[in-house]
Design a protein around this ligand. Structure first.
Ligand SMILES: [Zn+2]
Length: 189
């Protein structure tokens, strides 16, 4: 079906419904320890200034996140030991409301992004804000620590978010969620 679908964002990007279907199929049948899903419609509709479509896409992704979470909680392999992290690749203009479709260093306040987390050890606090500066780059090591690994690379690696990680019997779990992150540099999309 994906091959037959129209592609409003160009040949290299499919509609999110196909991404989600493939992800759920892989999750249920391959049972990976780590699964990365990249939904793209909110990004594309926002860049295009299509606010209603942007909200519709966000609403749909919310429903899919619920589906993922409900599956995780129903599956013995994942239940009670799976963390879901959700974030965005960049922020959007907010100081000048007409710049909401864009980002980059010249777009005021677009360096700010958010993340959310669900899983064992995470307190249900809803949306919260803490007086500290975190960076998107810290998520890689945070995720590695949650998996009991240390992320190493041939480039400098930013430390994880210690405030989120409490060590219990050699296992790191997320302590709480801080949704405001700062984006170091603007990606194109
Ligand atoms: Zn974008």
């Amino acid at each position: 079906m994906n091959a037959e679908a129209y592609r409003p964002f160009g040949d290299e990007e499919c509609l999110d419904v196909f991404t989600h279907a493939a992800a759920m199929d892989y999750l249920k049948n391959q049972k990976p320890r780590v699964l990365y899903i990249s939904y793209g419609e909110t990004d594309e509709w926002a860049h295009g200034g299509r606010y209603k479509s942007y909200l519709d896409a966000a609403h749909q992704v919310d429903a899919w996140l619920a589906e993922i979470w409900n599956f995780v909680q129903s599956d013995p392999q994942y239940k009670g030991k799976t963390t879901i992290l959700i974030t965005t690749d960049h922020g959007r203009g907010d100081i000048k409301k007409e710049e909401w479709t864009s980002h980059y260093d010249k777009i005021a306040d677009s360096y700010q992004i958010w993340f959310a987390a669900m899983g064992p050890g995470i307190e249900k606090k809803g949306e919260i804000n803490q007086n500290m500066v975190l960076f998107q780059a810290q998520l890689a090591q945070t995720m590695a620590r949650l998996m009991g690994k240390v992320f190493v690379s041939n480039h400098p690696v930013t430390a994880g978010i210690p405030y989120l990680l409490i060590r219990q019997n050699e296992i790191y779990t997320v302590k709480l969620v801080i949704p405001v992150l700062r984006h170091r540099n603007g990606a194109n999309r």
